[in-house]
Write a protein of this length. Structure first.
Length: 313
C-alpha cells in the first residue's frame, strides 16, 4: 500500500463526507493505493455514524472508535499502529488541512528521502491573539530546546516514513512533539513544507489557551525523558553532587572560621543556612537519581533499542 492517511477527530460529522471525497479525488488522480483511517476520539455528535456510512461505500475507509475522549495523541498512536502504507500522512478533520498537499508530501518522503515532513502554515486564518501569537512563542521555544528548525510543530498535516511511526510511541499530549520524539529515536532527516491553511468551514476549534501551558510542560517532559529516560542518575546525580559540594565547601569554611575565631557565630550568618539547604537538596537529588535508576533497570523496556539493520542474524 502506498499511503495511509490517519485522521483523528472529535465532533466533526459535518466535515467528514467532504473531507473524504476531497482525499479520494486527490489519491485517485495520482493512482495511489491508499487507506483512510478515521479515529473517533469519543465524539458526542453523529461522527461515528458518518464514518460507518463512508466505510460502507468505500472499503479503503477504516474507522476506530474510542469509548471516551482520550486526546489527539492517543488517537494518532492507535492510527499509527493500524497504518499499513509506506507513507503515513496525518491531517486534521476540520478541512483546514488541504488534501491537495498529499502528492508533494509523498514525494518528499519516497523520492527525496526524508523521514518526516512537517507542514508549515505560513499564512494562517486563525485568531491572531488567541492562536497565532501564542503559537509563535511556543514554536520558538520548541525550536530552541529541540534543535529542530521547524516553524510549526503544531501543524496536524505531516508525512512520515512507515518505519518512523512504527518506532515511536505517542502518549499524553505529545502529538505536538512527534518530530522531537522521532529525532531522539534516531530519525534525523526532518524537514518542513509550506502548506495551505483553509478557513474553518464547520464547527469550532477544540483547543483553548490551556493547550499552550500544557505544551510547555510536555516540552520539558519530552526533553528530559528523551535524554535521561534510561540514565536518570546522569541528571539527578550531577546536580545533586553540585549542590552537595557547595554545601560541603561552605560548611568547611564555617568550621575553619569557628576554629580560628572562637566567638564566631554560625547560626547568625546566611552562609550557614545556604550550606545546610544545599547539602539537603544535594542528597535529595542524589536519592531521586538512585531511585530513578532502580525504576529504569526494572522497567520492561530497559533494553529495548531501535536497530536499523542486521547482517547474518
Amino acid at each position: 500500500m502506498d499511503i495511509s492517511i490517519v485522521i483523528p477527530l472529535l465532533n466533526e460529522a459535518e466535515s467528514l463526507p467532504e473531507l473524504c471525497q476531497w482525499i479520494e479525488r486527490v489519491v485517485n488522480a495520482n493512482h495511489f493505493k491508499y487507506e483512510i483511517i478515521l479515529i473517533d476520539d469519543g465524539s458526542t455528535d453523529n461522527s461515528w455514524e458518518i464514518i460507518e456510512q463512508l466505510a460502507a461505500n468505500n472499503p479503503n475507509i477504516k474507522g476506530i472508535k474510542f469509548q471516551r475522549n482520550y486526546g489527539k495523541s492517543a488517537a494518532l498512536n492507535e492510527g499509527f499502529k493500524a497504518a499499513k502504507g509506506n507513507v503515513i500522512i496525518t491531517m486534521d478533520a476540520d478541512l483546514q488541512d488541504s488534501p491537495d498537499e498529499i502528492p508533494a508530501l509523498n514525494q518528499m518522503i519516497m523520492e527525496e528521502g526524508f523521514d518526516l515532513v512537517s507542514g508549515w502554515k505560513k499564512k494562517r486564518y486563525d485568531n491572531k491573539l488567541t492562536k497565532n501569537i501564542p503559537s509563535k512563542i511556543f514554536n520558538a521555544a520548541a525550536r530552541w530546546s529541540s534543535g529542530i528548525p521547524l516553524h510549526d510543530f503544531n501543524c496536524g498535516l505531516k508525512a512520515y516514513r512507515k518505519k518512523v511511526v512504527k518506532s515511536i510511541e505517542v502518549y499524553g499530549e505529545m502529538h505536538r512533539y512527534i518530530p522531537v520524539i522521532a529525532k531522539w529515536a534516531g530519525f534525523r532527516k526532518i524537514t518542513e513544507k509550506v502548506v495551505a491553511h483553509q478557513p474553518r468551514k464547520y464547527g469550532v476549534s477544540k483547543f483553548g489557551w490551556e493547550r499552550f501551558i500544557n505544551g510547555f510542560l510536555d516540552l520539558a517532559t519530552i526533553s528530559f525523558v528523551s535524554r535521561f529516560g534510561k540514565k536518570p542518575m546522569h541528571f539527578f546525580g550531577l546536580w545533586g553532587t553540585l549542590f552537595f559540594c557547595i554545601g560541603l565547601v561552605s560548611s568547611i569554611y564555617l568550621i575553619i572560621a569557628k576554629i580560628i575565631e572562637t566567638d564566631f557565630s554560625l547560626t547568625n550568618r546566611p552562609i550557614f543556612y545556604i550550606a545546610l539547604t544545599s547539602m539537603i537538596i544535594g542528597m535529595q537529588l542524589f536519592l531521586a537519581g538512585f531511585i530513578g535508576e532502580l525504576i529504569a533497570r526494572n522497567a520492561s523496556e530497559r533494553n529495548v533499542y531501535l536497530i536499523e539493520e542486521k547482517i547474518h542474524l
